[in-house]
Design a protein around this ligand. Sequence first.
Ligand SMILES: [Zn+2]
Length: 74
Amino acid sequence: MNSQKKCKCGFTLSDPMIVPKTKYNKKGYFWLSMGYSAKPVEVVFQCQNCGEIIDSSTDEEVIEKYRYNSDIIQ
Ligand SMILES: [Zn+2]
């Protein structure tokens, strides 16, 4: 296991440049667009510099922790 994942510019999960973003399924995006809240299906950790996603989680606890973060722009 490599716990020190790095994006191509060298940032790791502990760097502020790596930001957790939520991902929703289609139904979730529908509810969001209607102004309702929806629960993300996945949290991804994306570098704000290069856009690389260095980690992701579908763990309920992680999703709960970051569910009010902004969603990823695809
Ligand atoms: Zn990067």
